[in-house]
Write a protein that binds this ligand. Structure first.
Ligand SMILES: [Zn+2]
Length: 414
């Protein structure tokens, strides 16, 4: 059976040019004794916006792995798929993030809800989870509410899982279940009962992505109370282990942190809790590799700098259209965006410094960073020029990609 290692990182590579630089970060970590499984992820939304196919991710990853003679496991993640989108991902993926967000809140049949409450009834009143000092409260009413909110979604996860299993065979792929793209965070108690549902449905979930409290905006730091996050994350860790035992889920099950790129304020908490409890994690990053490509091109100067300035100017004009698909995961203060006119006279280092996530740099602008984060569509519209520039400035760009994954992510978290 394919098993996901203790530490794994989801890497996004929207334009399929940085697999080697990303893999180099993984190999460097390996030399320091940090064993991380790389997982290349790309969602249907990204494929549609760029005009790529799931098989492109497989080709790029396989070629990066072959060139680097990387001998350890790696995976291709069909990121945020559901019943409508899974089919085209099946041949080339061996990791499936089953996204149940759109099914949450839809009601299962009364009979199904009643059966579930019967099954889980023994936890009413006394939910003692090893490692959590206070006992978690759970009333019948609460259990019924959780069943009404999540049972339908869990059943859909089962349906999607079985569809994949039918064509790939059990044990030949990793299953993740995600529910992060919703408005309300899930509490540790909810997480426990959701795992119970997945256990009953027979979904061998190896990693689960809850929505945590606080905001996980794309490519910028965590917005919320890091201490509150830490106590929630610790309870989730305990709940996941306990649930795995109780419901026959894979023993290596772990939490997946989505929009995990650049959540520097919570990395020290995640890191110390993983060490404290000897647990693993899947950190899903995406989009920041594209940001590093833009940063690298800015640093390269000349026509490359002109190109990224044009992308920025264009993104200001198209801001609403670009932000719409990402409304829940970005937070841009448009008053703090420099105008195209201002940016037109910047040199490459100022542009790069505005974009690079270095909070100590006075030029760093998280609003501009988020806007460029969602503006990759504009580069996709000029793919020929963009690819030519990436290839021309390969050295500086891949250095940016490597530094980001290795220094700002891996060394801080693992
Ligand atoms: Zn997600």
């Amino acid at each position: 059976m394919k098993k996901l290692g203790k530490y794994s990182i989801g890497l996004g590579d929207r334009f399929g040019h940085q697999g080697h630089a990303q893999l180099k970060a993984i190999t460097e970590a390996g030399k320091k004794g940090i064993d991380i499984t790389p997982v290349w992820n790309k969602s249907n939304r990204e494929h549609l916006i760029i005009g790529t196919q799931p098989s492109d991710v497989r080709i790029e990853a396989d070629s990066a792995v072959r060139k680097a003679a990387f001998k350890k496991p790696y995976f291709i993640d069909a990121d945020h798929i559901n019943l409508d989108t899974v089919d085209k991902f099946i041949p080339s993926s061996d990791f499936f993030t089953i996204d149940v967000a759109s099914y949450i809140g839809k009601r299962a049949f009364d009979g199904e809800i009643a059966t579930y409450i019967d099954n889980a009834g023994k936890y009413i009143g006394k939910l003692e989870v090893p490692g959590i000092k206070k006992s978690l409260k759970c009333s019948l009413k609460q259990l019924a509410d959780i069943a009404e909110k999540y049972l339908f979604a869990a059943k859909k996860a089962g349906e999607i899982y079985r569809k994949i299993e039918k064509s790939k065979g059990a044990g030949n792929f990793i299953t993740e279940v995600s529910m992060d793209e919703v408005a309300q965070p899930q509490t540790p108690v909810e997480l426990f009962f959701i795992l119970a549902m997945l256990g009953i449905e027979g979904v061998p979930v190896q990693t689960i992505a809850p929505k945590f409290s606080g905001r996980f905006n794309k490519g910028v730091d965590y917005a919320g109370d890091p201490l509150r996050f830490a106590s929630e994350f610790e309870e989730d860790l305990m709940v996941v282990s306990f649930a795995a035992n109780e419901f026959g889920l894979p023993e290596n099950i772990k939490i997946s942190v989505h929009s995990g790129s650049d959540k520097f304020a919570i990395y020290p908490h995640i890191r110390s809790l993983l060490l404290k409890h000897n647990k693993g994690v899947h950190l899903k990053t995406a989009g920041t590799t594209w940001l590093e490509e833009v940063t690298g091109l800015a640093e390269a100067g000349g026509t490359a700098l002109e190109f990224v300035k044009e992308i920025y100017a264009h993104s200001l004009e198209k801001i609403e259209e670009l932000c719409a698909p990402y409304a829940d995961v970005i937070d841009i203060d448009t008053n703090k965006l420099p105008s195209a006119g201002e940016v037109s006279v910047w040199n490459g280092s100022k542009f790069a410094a505005s974009l690079r996530h270095d909070q100590g740099n006075p030029y760093y602008n998280p609003n501009m960073r988020q806007l460029i984060h969602v503006a990759y569509k504009l580069a996709a519209q000029k793919m020929d020029i963009y690819f030519r520039l990436l290839e021309e400035h390969e050295e500086v760009v891949s250095q940016c990609v490597f530094d980001n994954i290795y220094y700002r992510h891996i060394l801080r978290l693992f």
